[in-house]
Design a protein around this ligand. Sequence first.
Ligand code: NAI
Length: 399
Amino acid sequence: MAIQPQATMRGNVLMGVNPLGCKQEVYNQINYVKKNGSYQGPKKVLVLGASSSYGLATRISTAFGAGADTIGVSYEKGPKSERNLGTPGWYNNIAFKQAAEADGLIAKNIIGDAFTDELKQEVIDYIKEDFGGQVDLVVYSLATGRRTDPETGQVYTSAIKAIGQEVVGPDINLQKETFYQKTLAAASQEEIDETVKVMGGEDWLIWMKTLKEAGVLADGVKTVIYSYLGSDLNRAYYHDGTLGRAKADCDAKAGEINNLLADIDGQALVCVSTAVTTKASSVIPFFPVYCLALYKVMAEAGKHETPIMHKHRIYRDMIYGDQPLYDDEGRLRPDAWELDPDIQAKTTELVQQINEDNFNTDFTAYDLFMHEFYNLNGFDVAGYQEKNIEIDQLQALEP
Ligand code: NAI
C-alpha cells in the first residue's frame, strides 16, 4: 500500500517525514552548490553530525563545490513500519550518497553515537582501509540533548536556560500556532555543567586527539566547529545562558586543538554562524520569534540565508577563499551579515511590534520560517513531485 507521509507537530518538533521530499530537498541543495561556484578546497572530509542542516550543508558544499570525498557520521533511524518511517536525516544521508556516487565521489555514511570510543574507532578503521588513510578537513556539527560519557558511562542532559536570572519574553508554539509569554527559569550549576558536557567542545577535542594519535590527519588539516553568538536581542537566553557557556567551552577547546595540531600545521576554527531554521534552533525558547523578525529584515535586504547558502559562502569564500573575516579571538565571523548594525536596528524595531495578532502574517517572515521548518522533514519542498512509495522500497534503501 502506498505511504501517505504526514507532517505532525509536537510542540516545536516536527514528527513526520516525507522520504522523497527529503531526497528532493538534498538535490535542491546540491543544485544550489553546482550553480553557485566551485572552489579549490578539501579532498577528504569527515563531517560529524552530517545528516541535517549545517552538517549536511557542509557535506554538500565540500563534495559538490570542491569535489571532496566525504564520511558523514550521524545518529538517525531507518523505517520500521508505515507508521514509523524513521528520521529525515536517514533519508538525507541516502540521497546524498546516491548523488555523490553518481558524480564519482566516495560518500560513506556511518550511523551511530559519535560520543563513543567504538564509533571513533570505526571511523578511523574506515579512513585507514578505504578512504586513502587521511582526512584534510574535520567538521564538528553535532547538536543533541544527551551525551553518555564513554569513560564513566554517566549520562549528561543539556538544558537550554538562562543563568542567574529568569527571562520573560514572547515565544511561539508552532503546533498550536499561538504566541505567548514564556518564562525561562535560571539554570542550576548542575544544568550549566551538563550543558557544557553535551554541547561544549570536549568531545571535539577527544575526536581530534584520537584521530591524531591514529595518524589519520593530513598535514595542514583544518577542523571547524559551529558556534553562535547572536546579539542583544537574544543574549539573555543564549550567549549569557547555558548554551553560551557551552559555546565558550568550544572557544577554549579550539585553543587546545590548535596546540595539538601545531606540529602538523593544522588549524582549529570556531565558525560563528548565522541563525537558521533547524531542528535544534526551533526548540530554543524565544528564538523563533527572533527569527521571524530577523528573516523579514534580512530577506528585504537580500541577505537571508538557508544553511546551504551560508555554508557554501563560508567554505567557498572564507575558509578556502580569500575573504575570511576573523574577530579578535580568531573566530571566523560569517554572522557579520546578521549582526550588521542596520539589520539589528530594524530587527529590534520589528521584534518590539510582533504580537499575537500579527506574528503569523506578512508583517513577519512567518511563512518563510514555516516553509524552511517543513523542508527539514521533506515537506513543502520546491520541485517535489508526488510519487507513490511503499515501505518495502524504503526498507531496501541502504544508508
Ligand atoms: P541539527 O539538529 O540539524 O543536526 C545535528 C546533527 O548531529 C545531525 O546530523 C544528527 O544526526 C547528529 N547527531 C546528534 N547526536 C548525535 C550523536 N550522538 N552521534 C552522532 N551524530 C549525532 O543541528 P544544527 O542546527 O545544524 O546544529 C549544528 C551546529 O551548528 C550546533 O553546534 C549548533 O549550535 C550550531 N549552530 C546552529 C545555528 C542555528 O541557528 N541552527 C546557528 C549557529 C550555530
